[in-house]
Design a protein. Structure first.
Length: 111
């Protein structure tokens, strides 16, 4: 079970994410919602997702590498990654975020 003490108890009681980092997962149609935490020094090598992803940093800093350009995101900052976009991430300090992984095939909703 992930050790995400920065999240409320209701979030910490959600099922653990079966991935390469600590997170709790909330089930939603066409979207996976992850409450993730990364200890200092975490590195995630270049990879892709079949999902369109966005997230907001709640603590610490995400250093995201896309197309050989490094971007830094701190608390309150949102990021977006299109489906199949190669990227890498690193976390120099303890970091937490809420991630949304949308199915690339999810139907558009009317405004």
């Amino acid at each position: 079970m992930p050790d995400n003490k920065q999240f409320p108890a209701l979030i910490r009681e959600l099922p653990a994410f079966a991935g390469p980092f600590d997170a709790h997962e909330l089930a939603a149609d066409n979207c996976r919602v992850l409450f993730a935490s990364y200890p200092p020094g975490t590195r995630i090598e270049v990879h892709t997702h079949p999902t369109e992803n966005c997230g907001v940093i709640t603590r610490g800093e995400l250093i995201l590498l896309v197309d050989d350009e490094e971007q830094r995101y701190g608390p309150g900052d949102w990021y977006h990654l299109p489906a199949n976009q190669p990227h890498a991430a690193r976390f120099e300090v303890a970091t937490a975020e809420i991630e949304f992984w949308f199915d690339a095939a999810a139907p558009a909703t009317p405004d």
